[in-house]
Ligand binder design. Structure first.
Ligand SMILES: [Mg+2]
Length: 266
């Protein structure tokens, strides 16, 4: 059990600024996205897609990252993903499907059907708030009451992140929110904002900066680049595997959010 008693500053070995990711770190976005993707595929099957759900999901996962990179946007309009799947189902090679689905105007008739499927996807997302992982609210409360500065850094769609924060009453825990595309510069800005708040309220600089996230490439890499202590908290989307690359290797790996407090206990 996590204690909800206020923690004193001196119990934290890593005391200072915590930069924390949102999706699949604080809450289980993957569970809700998976449900929305299945609804989307069911709709596509009703509208002429012959891929069975399992195969379509497998393609979807393969194509999703490629579309995100091609569009330079990790939360692009998922109608484009449905469009790419329709094109693959029509026998187009994957490369061509990605190119056509990311064009300014994707080809009809696939695009018309894809937009219907996209609507089904977003309707499901709006109706299902992702559940918090175990111990998140208690851990944030304990970190905050122990005098740490908490910064949320997410590249998810602003309205969705704001709505999820609010639905779980998490806003009051964060001193600063950085909703922008992740990069080493964005993490430096998040750190500076956290350090400024810490210095303003405590009259001294923080001893540590800690970055917590589920993505080796989007969280751990940038945390390591800015010289933070990095904590990998695997979620359902990317799994627990770590690439064999020192830049993507965290200082700590935790399986439960509450372990953040144990790491910091002297
Ligand atoms: Mg994440």
């Amino acid at each position: 059990m996590v204690s909800t008693e206020p923690k004193a500053e001196d119990v934290f070995l890593l005391h200072g600024v915590y930069i924390i990711d949102a999706d699949n770190t604080l809450w289980d976005t993957n569970e809700v996205f998976l449900g929305a993707q299945i609804r989307m595929i069911e709709n596509m099957r009703e509208n002429g897609c012959s891929l069975e759900t399992g195969a379509a999901l497998e393609f979807l996962r393969a194509l999703d990252f490629r579309l995100a990179v091609a569009l330079d946007d990790f939360e692009y309009d998922y109608s484009r993903l449905a469009c790419a799947l329709f094109l693959v189902d029509r026998g187009r090679p994957e490369n061509e499907a990605v190119r056509l689905a990311t064009a300014a105007v994707p080809p009809a008739p696939e695009w018309d059907r894809a937009r219907l499927a996209g609507r089904v996807f977003y309707t499901h997302l709006q109706a299902h708030c992702p559940p918090l992982f175990f111990g998140v609210a208690e851990t944030l409360a304990a970190l905050r009451s122990g005098g740490n500065t908490l910064v949320l850094h997410s590249e998810g769609r602003h309205e969705r992140i704001a709505e999820t924060l609010s639905a779980h009453n998490l806003d009051p825990f964060f001193h600063h929110t950085a909703l922008e595309r992740k990069s080493q510069d964005s993490f430096r800005r998040a750190r500076l904002a956290g350090e400024a708040y810490f210095a303003q309220t405590k009259g001294r600089s923080p001893d540590h900066c800690v970055v917590v996230g589920d993505s080796p490439k989007r969280d751990i890499r940038f945390g390591n680049i800015i010289g933070a202590t990095t904590v990998f908290k695997p979620g359902g989307w990317l799994g627990t595997e770590l690439p064999d690359d020192p830049l993507l290797t965290p200082d700590y790996t935790i399986s439960c959010f509450t372990e953040l407090l144990e790491l910091g206990t002297k």
